[in-house]
Design a protein around this ligand. Structure first.
Ligand code: MN
Length: 285
């Protein structure tokens, strides 16, 4: 299933170019009192929601998807996790960057560890990216996003696939500078997830998907997730060795080579095979 969140937090089932309004399915999510359990309630109850969506599909009202505002399909993750330097050719371009001090060596992903992006930076493609610090370079990083299905910690590699709810396209936007990565990648709108969640059952192998990113008409990134250094399952196992993952937690799996600057007025288009395609407008904050 392809599930989206649109307009004023409606739930949609995506079929081709249309979105079926299946918001009634949200009713199967139990009401909670403060404090809410950690994680995204829709993802935590995804099986029940999908069963209800299937019942509603036949009678749901359809709208052209181009007429709705797509938000992040995950509303309330406890963490947005980033994977640094997870493609070999991106390490090479990072090493060659003039901003790297002479003698400074880009380390491997296992040396850096995962990083966190503020949840408040999360938006959907319909909300766009609002640049800050426009005197500096603001870069796109197109990535495969993985959404965690249930709470887990210290997951062995051979069980990691059991904790995937689904996949989405992810933009890990970055402003360059000397501040900590958790600052530069956490500005409002600097984490884009969309255009929908593709449930796990629809993708046989997340580690072999073509990924392509354009800025306006120019191809900037063109790779395949088979080049991931830590693949999807390894990332889940590795991240869960640092902290408990909860339903709806998002792992941005890292960006391939071709990272480059964007400016107000640009449109970033990201496409990942079997997942989808999203267009994200860039403006100044
Ligand atoms: Mn990244």
């Amino acid at each position: 299933m392809r599930l989206c969140r649109f307009d004023d937090d409606r739930l949609g089932l995506v079929k081709g170019d249309e979105v079926l309004d299946v918001s009634e399915a949200i009713g199967v999510i139990p009401e909670t009192r403060w404090p809410a359990p950690p994680g995204d309630a829709l993802i935590a109850h995804l099986d029940a929601v999908c069963a209800e969506v299937a019942k509603l599909e036949g009678s749901a009202k359809a709208r052209p998807i181009k007429d709705v505002t797509l938000k992040s399909p995950v509303a309330n993750p406890t963490k947005v996790i980033g994977a640094p330097v997870n493609y070999a050719k991106h390490i090479a371009e990072s090493q060659a960057d003039p901003q790297i001090a002479p003698g400074q060596k880009i380390l491997g992903i296992e040396d850096y560890g995962p990083f966190l992006k503020a949840n408040s930076s999360l938006v959907g493609p319909g909300e766009g990216v609002a640049l800050r610090f426009t005197d500096r370079r603001n870069d796109h990083e197109g990535e495969l996003g993985v959404v965690i299905s249930k709470s887990c910690v210290d997951i062995p590699l051979d069980k990691a696939g059991d904790y995937i709810a689904g996949y989405a396209l992810a933009l890990d936007m970055t402003v360059r500078g000397n501040e900590d990565r958790s600052v530069r990648k956490s500005l409002d709108t600097y984490s884009v997830l969309g255009p929908w969640l593709v449930t796990k059952d629809e993708i046989a192998d997340p580690n072999n998907l073509d990924l392509k990113l354009w800025v306006d008409d120019e191809v900037r990134q063109d790779s395949n997730t088979s080049y991931l250094i830590f693949n999807v399952e390894k990332l889940i196992a590795w991240c869960s060795s640092f902290y408990t993952l909860h339903p709806g937690d998002i792992i941005m799996t890292g960006t391939p080579e071709g990272v480059g600057p964007v400016k107000a007025g640009n449109t970033i288009t990201l496409e990942i095979e079997q997942v989808g395609r999203m267009e994200v407008a860039v403006r100044n904050a």
